[in-house]
Every structure is written in C-alpha cells, then in structure tokens.
Design a protein around this ligand. Structure first.
Ligand code: CXR
Length: 322
C-alpha cells in the first residue's frame, strides 16, 4: 500500500534567474566562469558584448547582434551626414518657398504651388549673373497685373515712406501690394549652374542680370504697362537728384506710361529732415522731357510729416492730399 502521506514532494531544483536576452555564447561563458575558467572567455563573445554596450549605452540588454564597432561608426557618420543635408536643404530652400506660398495664399484664386514652380524655372540651375528680365515672362503671364486706374503709386528711393503710407491708406496700389510684388518683397534668391536648389543667401547682386534685379525690372515694366488715369510717383526731396534716369522708375516705369491710357503723372516730392531739392530741380526737368506726349505733369513738395498726416486719415478718398 502506498501511503500517500509518506510521499514528499521535492520542489524542482532552483533555476538561476534568467537574464533577458543573454547571448547563448555568453551563457557558455558564465558556465565556464562557474568552473573557474574565466580567463578563457570567448573573445568573439567579448567583442559583441562590448559593442552592445557602446551601441545602446546599456550592458543589461545583451542580444545577438550583427553590430560591430565599425558598423556603429559608419551608421553614426551616415546619420550625421543625413542630418546635415536635411538641415541645409531646410534652411536654404524651404523658408523662401514657405514665405512665397504663405504670402501668395493671401490672394484668393491663384494656384500658389504652380506659381512657385513657374517662378523657380526663371533662375534655378542658371548662372546667377545670367538671368535676364525675360526669364520672368512666364511668371508675369501666370499672374498678370490688373489695372487700377487713378490709384497706382510708383516710387524711387522712398520705399520706406511709401510702404508706411500704403499700409495706412489702402486706396493706393504699389507693385509690392500686388500678388507678385508681395510674395517676393524684401527677399533674395538665386540658383547655381548644375544645381536644382534655390539659395537665399550669398546671392551676388553686382552683375546686372542677377535674379532679383531682373525680377524687379520685369515686374516693374509689367506693372507700369497697366498704369492708367492719374498716376502718382513719390520721390525723395532730401537728395540732390530726386529723379535718377538709371533707376527702375526712371529707366523702365516712366517710359511705359502711355497717353491716352495715362492721363497725368503727379510727382510727390517728400523731404525727410532737410529738403535738398524742390520741384524746380533740374533732374525733374529731365523727367518731364522723358514723359510721353499727352501726359499732364504736376509736382507737389511735402515734408515727411505732411505726407504722413495725409496717410493717417483713412476716411479721405484717394488723391486729395496732392
Ligand atoms: O527707382 P527704383 O528704386 O530703382 O525702383 C522703384 C520702382 C518702384 O516704383 C517699384 O514699382 O520700381 C519698382 N521696384 C520695386 N517694387 C522694388 N521692390 C524692391 C523696384 N525695385 C524694388 N526693390 C529693390 O529696390 C530692387 O532690388 C532694387 C531697389 C530699387 O530701389 P530704388 O529706390 O532705387 O534694387
């Protein structure tokens, strides 16, 4: 008879707690350690152990791995290179595109992504001293200027004054307030032969056919082509020669005003601290000679504060300040 009470149950012999993911080879190493052969640790196992420590920063997670010190270094270098390339691309191109698209989207009804790609075709991959005005013809055709009779305002050497003015007095339209003028206002860009990138820094501006200068000349020509009615131009009365025939206004815009489409040109001569010229200035006589036949000319002198007073009254209809 079997007395079941006599049967003693022996718990299974305790297993040493398993370490997660211990490499079989290292288990072998431990076993041998118990038998006192620590000095004979398999060199390959030691290499892998060291590598895992280097890669993960932890000696706990020991797993079979293909990683070697060389692989770690190569992966690290590739990672750093990728990081540098992505950062350079983001810093050099994306902000310009982002600014372009963000400003463009303020004008409803345009395909801004398409305009960006048409814009890029003018200068990308080209020598930055060899981008003629005509390179921007497709861009102008994609977003043509609309005439705003009696409200068009031009300027030379007075951009800051005019910008403040048009911010307050919305009725006048400058090139910088149109879609194409606003998306590129105060920006710099260029391409490079053999590259598909847009750069926005270190773009040479000394040569005539640089991408920025050519854009403003082309856009100014197209904007002046649609001028109509009474046109205003704000010139600087604090310099000795307020009309510069070499400027964009003198060499491009003025020459494109045509009668009878343009009825009159009103020059507003604004002096900042000290007036150095007045409406009798010889450069302004040159301007009158350049003006197309049939267009009436007038000139008004103003101080900067009179000019600002005029812009500070948004209720005044466009025009009665001069
Ligand atoms: O007489 P410009 O001015 O050469 O050109 C001004 C005229 C304005 O009527 C405007 O319609 O030409 C147009 N225009 C711009 N909107 C513009 N925005 C920035 C021309 N140039 C513009 N810029 C930059 O300013 C150009 O890169 C150019 C400089 C022209 O300044 P200036 O006071 O001599 O280099």
């Amino acid at each position: 008879m079997i007395n079941f009470n006599d049967i003693t149950t022996h718990p299974p012999p305790p297993h040493p707690p398993k370490k997660r993911g211990v490499v079989p080879m290292l288990q072998g190493v431990r076993a041998r350690t118990h038998t006192g052969s620590l000095d004979k640790i398999d060199e390959r196992a030691r290499t892998k152990f060291t590598c895992k420590q280097t890669c993960s920063g932890s000696a706990e997670l020991l797993e079979p791995t293909m990683c070697s010190r060389r692989t770690c270094v190569i992966l690290g270098v590739i990672g750093v290179l990728l990081g540098v390339i992505i950062t350079v691309a983001v810093v050099l191109t994306l902000p310009l595109k982002r600014t372009f698209i963000r400003r463009c989207e303020l004008f409803p009804g345009y395909d801004c992504e398409n305009l960006w790609s048409v814009f890029q075709q003018a200068y990308v991959g080209k020598d930055p001293c060899n981008v003629p005005m005509e390179a921007y013809d497709p861009l102008i055709a994609a977003a043509p200027f609309k005439p705003a009779c009696n409200r068009m305002m031009f300027w030379s050497k007075t951009k800051d004054l005019v910008q403040d003015f048009t911010k307050k007095r919305g009725c006048f339209l400058t090139l910088e307030k149109t879609l194409l003028g606003s998306v590129l206002d105060d920006l710099s860009w260029c391409g490079e032969e053999g590259s598909s990138e847009t750069f926005k820094r270190f773009c040479r501006r000394k040569c005539e056919n640089n991408p920025v200068g050519s854009f403003w000349r082309r856009a100014s020509a197209a904007f002046a082509d649609v001028a109509c009615g009474d046109v205003t131009a704000v010139l600087d009365g604090s310099i000795e020669k307020p009309f510069d025939p070499e400027s964009t206004f003198g060499s491009i815009e003025l020459k494109r005003f045509k009668s009878p489409r343009v009825r009159s040109l009103k020059i507003v001569l604004v002096s900042r601290k000290k007036a150095l010229s007045n409406c009798m200035n010889t450069s302004l006589q040159d301007l009158q000679r350049e003006l197309g036949a049939g267009i009436t000319y007038s000139c008004t002198e103003m101080t900067e504060s009179q000019f600002n007073e005029c812009s500070s009254d948004p209720e005044k209809p466009c025009g009665p300040c001069w």
